[in-house]
Design a protein around this ligand. Structure first.
Ligand code: 13P
Ligand code: SF4
Length: 352
């Protein structure tokens, strides 16, 4: 039995006035505009010695362009690694701010641009450094492990950075060395990692506004209706939803599962932007969104991250034309954040 503690970690309640972007639909393109933007972006990328690094939750046009131009569409771990390996001088990161910052931390000599600098993440917002750092200082006996969905200052205070694809393995490794963990910021992922690893973990209490809306009771009903279906769940989801999963994993791990499982029908509890790649990976399968509406749902972001949706063709073209929206990380903070982030990259390389 571990002494994992929930009650000591502060819960950060997001400001109800938080400026969530109003629309999660793509812009209304004028006739011909979409095709024109796509071909302009495809020419600008090589012209500017730039490569597009996109997350699976972004608009499928952006994912298509990244694939077609030698960029990547991937989970947070691979997004972080890709910039390192690619020779382009400019990385254009389509995703949310922490992804751009992580690219800059790992590639301080490169220019990192983002289609928008307003794309936040509720986990990052829920872990302000001015509160998290004193919390770490108050627990000097614990190894600080933070999710990549955090700002550079928080990464700089951490001993380890992890993403969802590697969190369990890193914590198991630290637990085997007798280390006690201070984990931030995702309470659900932290709880999942704690249960799998058996480690002693003190958990910060932030959450993802997209994944925490998946509803266990409605999911159970859907799974009963389709007993042939496999249930795929991202571990940022609540414990009761994870308990119904056949596979729990990062976005890439879920796409691999969709491809490799024998089930023809798949119920998926993560952002619905993932369906673009899942359908390409497993074209003969039937995909269903896990329910995020139903009783008790407020659902301002039903299965789609409103910040990821802020990336679109217009602002991607604009940033390539003008070189706006450059990510800057204070060099001293970046140097310290590199230590904990590079540990993750090295660990992942060793694991492979
Ligand atoms: P992945 O690393 O699994 O892509 O997750 C990133 C994220 O923000 C999920 O909400
Ligand atoms: Fe953050 Fe959730 Fe959006 Fe991922 S889906 S970027 S965890 S708010």
């Amino acid at each position: 039995m571990t002494d994992s503690s929930y009650q000591q970690a502060p819960t950060i309640t997001l400001d109800p006035g938080l400026p969530l972007p109003g629309s999660i639909t793509r812009p209304d393109y004028a006739p011909g505009e979409r095709d024109a933007l796509i071909s302009e972006i495809k020419s600008l990328l090589p012209e500017k010695d730039a490569v597009l690094v996109a997350h699976y939750y972004t608009d499928e046009d952006l994912q298509m362009i990244a694939d077609a131009t030698g960029g990547t569409v991937s989970d947070s771990l691979e997004m972080a690694r890709f910039g390192n390996r690619h020779p382009a001088r400019t990385l254009v990161v389509a995703g949310v701010r922490f992804m751009g910052e992580t690219a800059k931390i790992l590639n301080p000599e490169k220019r990192v641009l983002m289609p928008t600098l307003q794309a936040e993440c509720s986990l990052d917002l829920g872990c302000p450094p001015e509160q998290f750092i004193p919390f770490c200082d108050a627990h000097p006996d614990r190894t600080v492990v933070v999710y990549a969905n955090t700002c550079a200052e928080v990464k700089a205070r951490a001993d380890w950075v992890v993403t969802s694809s590697i969190a369990v393995d890193v914590v198991k490794y630290l637990h085997a060395q007798g280390k006690k963990i201070l984990w931030g910021p995702d309470r659900y992922l932290g709880d999942y990692v704690q249960r799998i690893s058996g480690a002693d973990m003190l958990l910060w209490q932030a959450s993802c506004i997209v994944h925490e809306r998946f509803k266990a009771a409605a999911l159970q009903n859907l799974a009963r209706q389709y007993p042939d279906a496999a249930v795929l769940v991202h571990p940022e989801s609540p414990k009761e939803v994870i308990a119904l999963a056949d596979v729990v994993g990062s976005t890439t791990q879920l796409i691999n599962a969709a491809q490799n499982l024998p089930n023809k029908r798949l119920i998926v509890a993560t952002d619905n932007g993932i369906f673009y790649k899942m359908k390409l990976a497993a074209p003969d399968k039937i995909f269903m969104e896990a329910p995020s509406a139903g009783e008790g749902a407020t659902c301002e972001s039903c299965a789609h991250c409103p910040w990821m949706a802020m990336n679109h063709l217009r602002n991607l073209a604009e940033v390539l034309r003008n070189g706006n929206n450059e990510i800057h990380v204070d060099p001293e903070i970046g140097r310290r954040a590199l230590r904990s982030t590079q540990r993750m990259i090295d660990f992942a390389a060793g694991r492979r």
